[in-house]
Design a protein around this ligand. Structure first.
Ligand code: ZN
Length: 67
């Protein structure tokens, strides 16, 4: 069964967020092994996502407020 790249690229955001099912994860990973176009898509999403995540926890000035 060949899955269209559009379908895989639809699933990739959930895959990267870790909110997809195990089956979906397998499906995406299997496709990525064979499809450079979708690997590039994943990489472009990752570089978009990664800088944002640490920033959320980077500074919590309100935790240091003294009574
Ligand atoms: Zn593909």
């Amino acid at each position: 069964m060949k899955i269209h790249c559009d379908v895989i690229q639809d699933l990739i955001p959930s895959y990267l967020d870790g909110i997809c099912s195990e089956k979906t994860k397998e499906l995406v990973e299997e496709h990525l092994l064979e499809c450079e176009q979708c690997r590039v898509f994943v990489e472009s999403l990752k570089t978009d996502l990664i800088p944002e995540i640490p920033q959320i926890d980077a500074k919590k000035p309100w935790l240091k407020v003294k009574r």
